[in-house]
Design a protein around this ligand. Structure first.
Ligand SMILES: [Zn+2]
Length: 288
């Protein structure tokens, strides 16, 4: 019996490592697939027959993505690795307290990181200082798959710094983060995508993960809708923490933020300077 269990355990380790090792390939393939899907069967028609505008919008969002990826690569991967090594060396952190198979620890770490991401996102909506950065993500009036990584570098910096004590607290290993991102990124790309998806499929999928319907509600200009659906990967967190919300008709949702529609706010420079703008630092008022 123990040999069978060991075999299952080894298989699980291999599957999770395989997922982690293919993070970039899966992310790029998902992006390409969703870009094609958005072109063939979009949910909103804001880029219909406007290839040039669509490409321009994508390019601006990609520039922010590249900037953020560069920051993580040159600075944070090494710091996260040091934090993970420190926790392992000192035998501190939650996961180091239990002798569980490697794959079980990895899946617990994924759940812990996803729960933390839920709360981090929620803090971004209730703390005015954080909202100044996070509103760059919400100010896109034409949300599509390219919006999934449209974040201000300040938000990425703060969340990456906070990850350092979190890694120690969880007793996580570096590959747990890569595994979490390998699972989470394609789902984040999927729920931002402007794709025509059958309501039945959306309903089925949102039992487990965040879907385009759920996330459109979060990107609504209507404050009560914006203050919902904070989770990134598993939909359970919104249900558990009481922030799950749906729209009767997602096609009536107006995406974006009041005061941020102008082209000078949508340019790369406009997005980078959004946190220091004069506009109200709080999330949009209920009637906006
Ligand atoms: Zn948000």
């Amino acid at each position: 019996m123990s040999r069978v269990l060991r075999h299952i355990s080894d298989e699980m380790d291999e599957i999770l490592l395989h997922i982690k090792n293919n993070k970039h390939t899966v992310t790029i393939l998902t992006l390409l697939l969703l870009l094609i899907w958005e072109g063939v069967s979009p949910f909103f028609s804001f880029f219909r027959h406007q290839m040039k505008k669509r490409a321009h919008h994508a390019l601006r969002n990609f520039l922010l993505t590249i900037l953020n990826a560069f920051l993580i690569f040159i600075m944070f991967v090494a710091l996260w690795s040091m934090a993970a090594d420190y926790a392992a060396g000192q035998h501190i952190g939650l996961l180091h307290q239990f002798s569980l198979p490697s794959w079980q620890k990895a899946l617990i770490a994924v759940l812990l990181f996803d729960a933390w991401t839920y709360w981090w996102h929620r803090f971004n909506h209730v703390i005015p200082f954080l909202w100044r950065f996070h509103r760059v993500h919400h100010s896109d009036p034409k949300m599509d798959v390219t919006t999934s990584n449209r974040f201000h570098i300040g938000e990425i910096f703060i969340s990456s710094v906070l990850r350092i004590p979190l890694i120690i607290l969880f007793g996580a290993e570096l590959w747990h983060i890569a595994l979490y991102e390998a699972l989470m990124f394609p789902i984040v790309q999927f729920h931002h995508a402007n794709i025509g998806l059958s309501p039945q499929v959306d309903r089925l999928l949102r039992i487990f993960i965040v879907t385009p319907h759920m996330h459109k509600v979060h990107h609504s200009r209507y404050h009560k809708e914006t203050d919902s659906n904070y989770t990134s990967m598993l939909s359970i967190w919104d249900r558990v923490f009481g922030s799950f919300r749906l729209s009767k008709d997602p096609s009536t949702i107006q995406l974006g933020l009041k005061h941020f529609d102008n082209d000078n706010k949508q340019s790369v420079l406009g997005m980078l300077t959004t946190p220091v703008g004069k506009e109200p630092p709080a999330p949009p008022s209920e009637d906006s």
